[in-house]
Design a protein around this ligand. Sequence first.
Ligand code: BJW
Ligand code: ZN
Length: 292
Amino acid sequence: MCISLISSIRRTIVICSFPKIMASRQSSDMAKFREKLKSAKDVVILSGAGISAESGIPTFRGAGGYWRKYQAASLATPGAFRDSPSLVWEFYHYRREVAAKAEPNAGHKAIAQYEAKHGADKKVTVITQNVDGLHVRAGTKNLIELHGNLYKTRCTKCREVLVNNDSPICEALAGRGAPEENVRGSDIPVKSLPHCKKSGCGGLLRPHIVWFGENLDSAVLEKAQAAMHTCDVCLVVGTSSVVYPAAMFAPQAAERGAIVAEFNLEPTPATPDFHFYFEGPCGTTLPVALAD
Ligand code: BJW
Ligand code: ZN
């Protein structure tokens, strides 16, 4: 598994070393893209934090990617949870509350409507790196959540995964999680954090989320790779394309001949690999790309 991942990454690095070839053929012609989409039989939409930005959910990188003085990525690690489960639970409690109040935007809805309309004559798969649940709330059915979900917990002792929509998730987190930079430390005793209710267990719960350095669930990864392997058109929406293994999915699809279109506010390291690039907020560009 690890060897195949490393060789895939090497392949991706090789692909990325020929950017000018693809760049010279790259197009932003929406009518042309819509023609390609019309004749597609198997469509994958790969989304990242940018699709939820217009719903008011901060992206992971860039200016919004901070909570207190911490870079979001520094809290999304098993080490951070080991060092301070209280701090990490405050961070996730805050994000659960923000996402619960957010609404799916025009981008999420365009994708869900596209699936509803074309799901019978095409295979339509949405693969998201997001953990906010907004694709489901928009109505997307065939969804692969690569990095987990904010509203699922996993017991660190018995490993049971459960859906949990409680707000707050436990009494001790009520009124906690303030994002302001001047809030210091976190002092909730571990015994007051969410715990497993299974009889005889009582283990500490953690968010059911894939943190840096952790393997993705193998069944989820295989399903995503299978969808990427058969698609003839792929839309890459609102992702910086820097986090693996998701970052190599679309470049690999483009390499084997699938048509790939990227929708982003700005170019990413993967942009030169793709056939189409549509710059702008995806709440505006996606409804046009996916109409009819
Ligand atoms: C808009 C917009 C609008 C804004 N419209 N666009 C190979 C090489 C190097 C490192 C590695 C490697 N393989 C594995 C690693 C380690 C690591 C990794 O990739 N690190 C990189 C940073 C280099 N990967 C892992 O650890 C993964 N595990 C793994 O591979 O296991 C095996 C292994 C481990 C170690 C070594 C080798 C093998 C696990 C990755 C888990 C990622 N988890 C996170 C946190 C999840 C939970 C949470 O949310 O709390 O997932 S990290 C974070 O990044 C989150 C996101 O899903 C993910 C991707 O971010 P995304 O979605 O792209 O967001 P942003 O913010 O980066 O970008 C937003 C984009 O939107 C921008 O481009 C904007 O311009 C755009 N945008 N508004 C359109 N309106
Ligand atoms: Zn348990």
